[in-house]
Design a protein around this ligand. Structure first.
Ligand SMILES: Cc1ncc(COP(=O)(O)O)c(C=O)c1O
Length: 393
């Protein structure tokens, strides 16, 4: 099986698994047990992991709060800010192409009385900075813009967005789930006050994430959403997932060391993938900005082919993701691609290729051949494609 679905989740790096193992059995302590050596060991392990994660994003360890994943971090940031800063205002600005963890948290904020402005993106997936500035009002308490898009890899200009938020005295939150550990990502430098990310997109385990909360200039605060033992400085109660956190720390340390070289390798593999697909498959084109994007993601539309059908054809051999999302009732076109102006049919004809640390060039070559064959097979039985070739509209 060729795995090109690394934006859905990455395999856990064997070095990460090795670091986690002692914390399942030999060192079972609860990091909050202050009365015995096993508790101290667990506390020390969490302390080191927090430092490793903080080092990766260039912040102080006390500004990193561990959660169960990016979904929880997004929810904590949005609902926590709304509750904490309600007296200042109740307006939030976000973007139509955000992940559902942000969009659904914003929808819940609306149900709680907030007003949310959803910014449009252009055909490349980028927001307009002028529109952002116009959308910010005196009662805006939060701007939430994702750093890199999970479907297209498109990177928003966070530095410029940070500058605008600073000028208007608004908090800026960013979902950087797909960016952390892949390319340098420094919230403080970009003027980001809150940043959500997760271990399982950077070769760590599933079920552990983090929220960066700026603690100086300005000192950001949040209303907790989980109440209990007052863990994580009171921001997030609940017994810490020590093995998961240790794995997250190790994954962060590995990424810090290897990320730069790895990003270069992945960008050249991705460019090879695109070049070959565009050359070998007629009617294929890229979705998203060609330069402002992550090195390992490529989203490609194959004209007059339903991507769901291609995936069904080779799902046993190749793991990819389509430009559609299955909801309980139906298959919906991707909200990201439609926000970029793609018609429903075009969104349904798109495939996301997300490469990773363990992707080899031979696998990319094999994937190109599989996709080409799949597309050709489907088109061979498609009257629409025949009409298109014959120049009919
Ligand atoms: C951009 C983005 N945000 C949030 C999430 C959710 O992360 P988690 O699975 O850790 O809750 C994902 C993962 O699908 C993502 O890609």
């Amino acid at each position: 099986m060729i795995y090109l679905d690394n934006n859905a989740t990455t395999p856990c790096d064997p070095r990460v698994i090795e670091a986690m193992l002692p914390h399942f059995y030999e060192q079972p302590g609860n990091a909050a047990s202050r009365n015995h050596a096993l508790g101290w060991l667990a506390e020390q392990a969490v302390h080191s992991a927090r430092q490793q994660v903080a080092d990766l994003i260039g912040v102080a360890a006390k500004e990193v709060i561990f959660t169960s994943g990016a979904t929880e971090s997004d929810n904590l940031a949005i609902k926590g800010v709304l509750q904490q800063y309600r007296r200042k205002g109740n307006h939030i600005v976000t973007v139509k192409t955000e992940h559902k963890a942000v969009l659904d948290a914003c929808a819940q904020a609306e149900r709680l009385g907030a007003e949310v402005t959803y910014l449009e993106v252009d055909e490349h997936g980028l927001i307009d900075l002028g529109e952002l500035e116009e959308a910010i009002r005196p009662d805006t308490i939060l701007v939430s813009v994702m750093w890199g898009n999970n479907e297209t890899g498109v990177l928003q200009p966070m530095q410029a967005i940070g500058g605008i938020c600073e000028k208007h005295g608004t908090l800026l939150m960013s979902d950087a789930t797909q960016v952390v550990g892949k390319i340098p990502c420094h919230p403080e430098e970009a003027g980001v006050h809150l940043m959500a990310f997760t271990a399982h997109k950077m070769y760590g385990p599933k079920g552990v994430g983090a929220l960066y909360i700026r603690r100086r200039q300005p000192k950001v605060s949040l209303a907790a959403q989980l109440h209990g033992g007052g863990h994580e400085q009171g921001f997030r109660s609940g017994t810490l997932n020590v093995p998961g956190i240790v794995g997250f720390g190790e994954a962060a340390a590995i990424a810090k060391k290897e990320m730069q070289e790895e990003a270069g390798r992945l960008a050249s593999l991705r460019d090879h993938l695109e070049e070959q697909l565009f050359q070998q498959v007629a009617g294929s084109r890229r979705n998203g900005h060609v330069e402002q994007r992550l090195p390992h993601v490529s989203n490609i539309a194959f004209q007059h082919v339903e991507s769901e059908r291609v995936m069904m054809a080779f799902g046993q051999k190749l793991a990819l993701s389509s430009g559609s999302a299955c909801t309980s009732a139906s298959v919906e076109p991707s909200h990201v691609l439609t926000a970029m102006g793609l018609a429903t049919a075009e969104a349904h004809s798109s495939l996301r290729f997300s490469l990773g640390r363990f992707t080899k060039r031979e696998e990319v070559d094999e994937a190109i051949a599989i996709v080409r064959e799949g597309v050709e097979q489907i088109r061979a039985s498609s009257p629409v494609w025949e009409m298109h070739k014959a120049g009919e509209p």
